[in-house]
Ligand binder design. Structure first.
Ligand code: ADP
Ligand code: MG
Length: 240
């Protein structure tokens, strides 16, 4: 579903992705972790070309996203993205936040878009909040709406960039539960997170990034019990 081949990215002098090779198969859940500034956000933002790359290839569902001829709107319709800051439209109700893109981009009728939106709100446990404004919701609720909004486009891949890092601790669990349900439903996911419990329980693989390189790509059990590098050992000591 996702394939990186010898990907390099620079911000001026900074070599932020250094020869990244990575494959994520359909239905796989990959957790990306690593120190702050190691390139995790940049890595997942290249998947839908929120960040362009200078060298290499990135394939998503058969489309070479770094190829200028590829229609990025098509790529982005297949790839949902959930950010650390919830990024809901503050002036639109929960329901309107979710129906907007399906109506605009997918040309769904309002009735069809609302039906789908209500199913998704049910799924994230927020059907009763459909008419609320984002500012009236807790952070955890806003993030669950953001996930529902991503799913409304019926993506084939979901990307998460530290979706729980901005939340109060008591709200982390409700968002992780929605992500876990999504993983169990068979969604292909790449998640940047420091929630090692989630990684251990849900991930098929854990990727450890350091200075723009993937230095470990292991099954969770192996990563947590036998990290291959000193950097990963240090990192685990800090976050666990
Ligand atoms: P992480 O998500 O692992 O904390 P990032 O991918 O955000 O790391 O950043 C990796 C490195 O690239 C950092 O040194 C950061 O300062 C730098 N960086 C990120 N975005 C930009 C940008 N738009 N311009 C210049 N440097 C950037
Ligand atoms: Mg980041």
């Amino acid at each position: 579903m996702i394939k990186f081949k010898n990907v390099h990215k620079h911000f001026k002098d900074l070599h932020v992705l250094n020869d990244v090779n990575l494959e994520v198969k359909q239905g796989e859940v990959v957790v990306v972790c690593g120190p702050s500034g190691s390139g995790k956000s940049t890595l997942i933002r290249t998947v839908n070309q929120l960040e362009p790359i200078q060298q290499g290839e990135i394939w998503v569902d058969g489309m070479n996203v770094a190829d200028a001829k590829t229609d990025l709107n098509k790529v982005r319709a297949e790839v949902g993205f959930v950010f650390q800051s919830f990024n809901l439209y503050p002036h639109l109700s929960v329901l309107e936040n979710i129906v907007l893109s399906p109506m605009k981009v997918k040309k769904l009728s309002r009735a069809a878009a609302e039906k789908k939106a209500m199913e998704l709100l049910e799924r994230v446990g927020l059907a009763h909040k459909k008419d609320a404004m984002p500012g009236q919701l807790s952070g955890g609720q806003q993030q669950r709406v953001a996930i529902a909004r991503g799913l409304a486009m019926e993506p084939r891949v979901m990307l998460f960039d530290e979706p729980t890092s901005a939340l109060d601790p008591e709200m982390v669990g409700e968002v992780l539960k929605v992500m876990k349900d999504l993983a169990l439903s068979g969604m292909t996911m790449m998640c940047v997170t420091h929630e090692m419990g989630f990684a251990r329980e849900v991930a098929d693989r854990v990727i450890f990034v350091d200075h723009g390189r993937i230095v470990e790509d292991s099954e969770p059990e192996a990563f947590f019990t036998r990290p291959q590098t000193e950097r990963a050992r240090q990192f685990l000591q800090q976050v666990m």
